[in-house]
Design a binder for this molecule. Sequence first.
Ligand code: 5GP
Length: 202
Amino acid sequence: MVEKIYVTYNQIHKLCQEAAPKILNEFKPNLMIAIGGGGYVPARILRSFLKQPGSPNIPIQAIGLSLYEQLSDGGPVEAPGTKVTRTQWLDLSSLEMANLIGKHVLIVDEVDDTRTTLEYAVRELEKDVETARKEQGRSEKTTFSIFVLHNKDKTKKGHLPAEMLENDRYIAAVTVGDVWICYPWEAEDIDEHDSMAAKQSI
Ligand code: 5GP
Protein backbone atom coordinates (compact mmCIF):
# COMPACT_ATOMS: atom_id res chain seq x y z
CA MET A 1 0.00 0.00 0.00
CA VAL A 2 1.22 3.51 -0.79
CA GLU A 3 2.45 5.36 2.26
CA LYS A 4 0.26 8.32 3.24
CA ILE A 5 1.55 11.59 4.62
CA TYR A 6 -0.83 13.95 6.42
CA VAL A 7 -0.06 17.65 6.13
CA THR A 8 -1.76 20.28 8.30
CA TYR A 9 -2.82 23.83 7.49
CA ASN A 10 -0.19 25.08 9.95
CA GLN A 11 2.56 23.15 8.21
CA ILE A 12 1.45 24.51 4.83
CA HIS A 13 1.34 28.04 6.25
CA LYS A 14 4.93 27.68 7.46
CA LEU A 15 6.15 26.12 4.20
CA CYS A 16 4.81 29.16 2.32
CA GLN A 17 6.31 31.54 4.87
CA GLU A 18 9.75 29.88 4.62
CA ALA A 19 9.72 29.91 0.81
CA ALA A 20 8.61 33.54 0.49
CA PRO A 21 12.00 35.29 0.90
CA LYS A 22 13.58 33.16 -1.85
CA ILE A 23 10.58 33.73 -4.12
CA LEU A 24 10.78 37.48 -3.51
CA ASN A 25 14.53 37.69 -4.04
CA GLU A 26 14.84 35.41 -7.03
CA PHE A 27 11.52 35.55 -8.90
CA LYS A 28 10.17 38.96 -7.88
CA PRO A 29 6.68 37.88 -8.99
CA ASN A 30 4.08 40.49 -9.86
CA LEU A 31 1.32 38.00 -10.62
CA MET A 32 0.41 34.52 -9.37
CA ILE A 33 -1.46 31.86 -11.27
CA ALA A 34 -2.93 29.25 -8.94
CA ILE A 35 -3.73 25.85 -10.41
CA GLY A 36 -7.02 24.74 -8.91
CA GLY A 37 -7.97 23.41 -6.56
CA GLY A 38 -4.72 22.51 -4.74
CA GLY A 39 -2.87 25.69 -5.65
CA TYR A 40 -5.50 28.10 -4.29
CA VAL A 41 -4.76 27.89 -0.56
CA PRO A 42 -0.94 27.97 -0.91
CA ALA A 43 -1.20 30.94 -3.33
CA ARG A 44 -3.40 32.87 -0.88
CA ILE A 45 -1.07 32.19 2.05
CA LEU A 46 1.97 33.07 -0.04
CA ARG A 47 0.41 36.38 -1.04
CA SER A 48 0.52 37.59 2.57
CA PHE A 49 4.23 36.79 2.82
CA LEU A 50 5.05 38.32 -0.56
CA LYS A 51 3.38 41.61 0.33
CA GLN A 52 5.90 44.45 0.35
CA PRO A 53 5.27 47.63 2.34
CA GLY A 54 4.00 50.33 0.02
CA SER A 55 3.20 47.91 -2.81
CA PRO A 56 -0.19 46.41 -3.57
CA ASN A 57 -0.96 42.74 -2.99
CA ILE A 58 0.15 40.47 -5.81
CA PRO A 59 -2.96 39.52 -7.82
CA ILE A 60 -3.91 35.84 -8.05
CA GLN A 61 -5.47 34.43 -11.22
CA ALA A 62 -7.00 30.94 -11.13
CA ILE A 63 -6.79 28.21 -13.72
CA GLY A 64 -8.30 24.75 -13.44
CA LEU A 65 -6.73 21.62 -14.86
CA SER A 66 -7.55 17.99 -14.33
CA LEU A 67 -6.17 14.70 -15.55
CA TYR A 68 -8.64 12.50 -17.38
CA GLU A 69 -8.64 9.25 -19.24
CA GLN A 70 -11.31 9.03 -21.94
CA LEU A 71 -13.18 5.74 -21.58
CA SER A 72 -14.60 3.90 -24.60
CA ASP A 73 -18.13 4.74 -23.46
CA GLY A 74 -17.16 8.40 -23.60
CA GLY A 75 -17.27 8.96 -19.87
CA PRO A 76 -14.24 10.61 -18.37
CA VAL A 77 -12.66 9.06 -15.31
CA GLU A 78 -9.94 10.63 -13.22
CA ALA A 79 -6.68 8.83 -13.89
CA PRO A 80 -3.46 10.69 -13.13
CA GLY A 81 -0.90 10.76 -15.89
CA THR A 82 -3.14 10.58 -18.94
CA LYS A 83 -4.72 13.63 -20.52
CA VAL A 84 -4.98 17.14 -19.15
CA THR A 85 -8.28 18.96 -19.54
CA ARG A 86 -8.78 22.69 -19.01
CA THR A 87 -11.66 23.24 -16.61
CA GLN A 88 -10.88 26.96 -16.21
CA TRP A 89 -8.48 29.16 -18.19
CA LEU A 90 -7.62 32.80 -18.63
CA ASP A 91 -9.88 34.62 -21.04
CA LEU A 92 -7.92 34.98 -24.28
CA SER A 93 -10.23 37.61 -25.75
CA SER A 94 -10.26 39.94 -22.74
CA LEU A 95 -7.25 41.62 -21.17
CA GLU A 96 -6.58 38.66 -18.84
CA MET A 97 -3.96 37.07 -21.07
CA ALA A 98 -2.52 40.40 -22.28
CA ASN A 99 -2.11 41.30 -18.61
CA LEU A 100 0.61 38.63 -18.36
CA ILE A 101 2.85 40.26 -20.99
CA GLY A 102 6.15 41.40 -19.49
CA LYS A 103 5.29 40.05 -16.03
CA HIS A 104 7.14 37.73 -13.66
CA VAL A 105 4.44 35.11 -13.25
CA LEU A 106 4.55 32.61 -10.40
CA ILE A 107 2.59 29.41 -11.03
CA VAL A 108 1.46 27.79 -7.77
CA ASP A 109 0.29 24.23 -7.24
CA GLU A 110 0.23 21.90 -4.25
CA VAL A 111 2.10 18.90 -5.64
CA ASP A 112 4.36 17.97 -8.52
CA ASP A 113 3.67 14.26 -9.00
CA THR A 114 4.10 13.06 -12.61
CA ARG A 115 4.65 16.72 -13.68
CA THR A 116 2.00 16.30 -16.42
CA THR A 117 -0.09 19.18 -15.05
CA LEU A 118 2.82 21.58 -14.65
CA GLU A 119 4.16 20.79 -18.12
CA TYR A 120 0.75 21.52 -19.59
CA ALA A 121 0.29 24.74 -17.60
CA VAL A 122 3.70 26.18 -18.52
CA ARG A 123 3.53 25.17 -22.18
CA GLU A 124 0.00 26.47 -22.74
CA LEU A 125 0.49 29.70 -20.78
CA GLU A 126 3.74 30.44 -22.64
CA LYS A 127 2.00 29.77 -25.96
CA ASP A 128 -1.05 31.91 -25.18
CA VAL A 129 0.91 34.83 -23.78
CA GLU A 130 3.18 34.76 -26.84
CA THR A 131 0.11 34.94 -29.10
CA ALA A 132 -1.22 37.88 -27.07
CA ARG A 133 2.20 39.61 -27.19
CA LYS A 134 2.37 39.33 -31.00
CA GLU A 135 -1.23 40.48 -31.40
CA GLN A 136 -0.49 43.57 -29.34
CA GLY A 137 2.82 44.24 -31.10
CA ARG A 138 4.66 44.29 -27.78
CA SER A 139 8.22 43.20 -27.06
CA GLU A 140 8.40 42.61 -23.27
CA LYS A 141 9.47 39.18 -22.11
CA THR A 142 7.26 37.21 -19.72
CA THR A 143 8.96 34.85 -17.29
CA PHE A 144 7.29 31.93 -15.56
CA SER A 145 8.41 30.43 -12.26
CA ILE A 146 6.90 27.60 -10.24
CA PHE A 147 6.22 27.07 -6.56
CA VAL A 148 4.87 23.78 -5.25
CA LEU A 149 4.52 22.61 -1.66
CA HIS A 150 5.66 19.08 -2.46
CA ASN A 151 7.72 17.55 -5.22
CA LYS A 152 7.75 13.77 -5.50
CA ASP A 153 11.22 12.46 -6.21
CA LYS A 154 10.32 10.08 -9.06
CA THR A 155 10.64 9.69 -12.82
CA LYS A 156 8.52 12.44 -14.34
CA LYS A 157 6.26 12.01 -17.36
CA GLY A 158 6.05 15.73 -17.96
CA HIS A 159 8.96 18.06 -18.59
CA LEU A 160 9.58 21.71 -17.80
CA PRO A 161 11.60 24.05 -20.03
CA ALA A 162 15.35 23.46 -19.50
CA GLU A 163 15.84 27.20 -19.24
CA MET A 164 13.40 27.34 -16.30
CA LEU A 165 15.24 24.62 -14.37
CA GLU A 166 18.72 25.94 -15.24
CA ASN A 167 17.76 29.38 -13.97
CA ASP A 168 16.36 27.96 -10.73
CA ARG A 169 12.85 29.16 -11.46
CA TYR A 170 11.32 26.10 -9.77
CA ILE A 171 10.91 25.84 -6.00
CA ALA A 172 9.49 22.88 -4.12
CA ALA A 173 9.15 23.57 -0.39
CA VAL A 174 9.59 19.87 0.40
CA THR A 175 10.79 16.91 -1.63
CA VAL A 176 9.18 13.61 -0.69
CA GLY A 177 9.32 10.05 -2.01
CA ASP A 178 6.55 8.51 -4.07
CA VAL A 179 4.01 8.76 -1.25
CA TRP A 180 0.37 9.93 -1.18
CA ILE A 181 0.00 13.31 0.47
CA CYS A 182 -3.27 14.01 2.30
CA TYR A 183 -3.98 17.74 2.24
CA PRO A 184 -6.18 19.30 4.92
CA TRP A 185 -8.67 20.81 2.46
CA GLU A 186 -9.57 17.27 1.35
CA ALA A 187 -10.18 15.99 4.89
CA GLU A 188 -13.69 14.95 5.88
CA ASP A 189 -12.71 15.08 9.53
CA ILE A 190 -10.08 17.76 10.06
CA ASP A 191 -9.48 16.80 13.71
CA GLU A 192 -8.80 13.20 12.73
CA HIS A 193 -6.55 14.48 9.91
CA ASP A 194 -4.58 16.66 12.32
CA SER A 195 -4.19 13.82 14.81
CA MET A 196 -2.87 11.54 12.01
CA ALA A 197 -0.40 14.32 11.13
CA ALA A 198 0.66 14.70 14.76
CA LYS A 199 1.57 11.00 14.88
CA GLN A 200 3.99 11.44 11.98
CA SER A 201 7.17 13.41 11.75
CA ILE A 202 7.91 14.84 8.32
P1 5GP B 1 0.68 15.53 -11.79
O1 5GP B 1 0.76 14.03 -11.90
O2 5GP B 1 0.20 16.13 -13.06
O3 5GP B 1 1.98 16.13 -11.32
O4 5GP B 1 -0.39 15.85 -10.68
C1 5GP B 1 -1.75 15.83 -11.00
C2 5GP B 1 -2.64 16.08 -9.83
O5 5GP B 1 -2.81 14.87 -9.13
C3 5GP B 1 -2.17 17.07 -8.79
O6 5GP B 1 -2.43 18.41 -9.12
C4 5GP B 1 -3.01 16.65 -7.62
O7 5GP B 1 -4.32 17.19 -7.70
C5 5GP B 1 -3.10 15.15 -7.80
N1 5GP B 1 -2.10 14.49 -6.94
C6 5GP B 1 -0.95 13.91 -7.33
N2 5GP B 1 -0.31 13.40 -6.27
C7 5GP B 1 -1.06 13.69 -5.18
C8 5GP B 1 -0.92 13.44 -3.77
O8 5GP B 1 0.05 12.84 -3.28
N3 5GP B 1 -1.92 13.88 -2.97
C9 5GP B 1 -3.01 14.53 -3.45
N4 5GP B 1 -3.92 14.91 -2.57
N5 5GP B 1 -3.18 14.81 -4.76
C10 5GP B 1 -2.20 14.39 -5.61
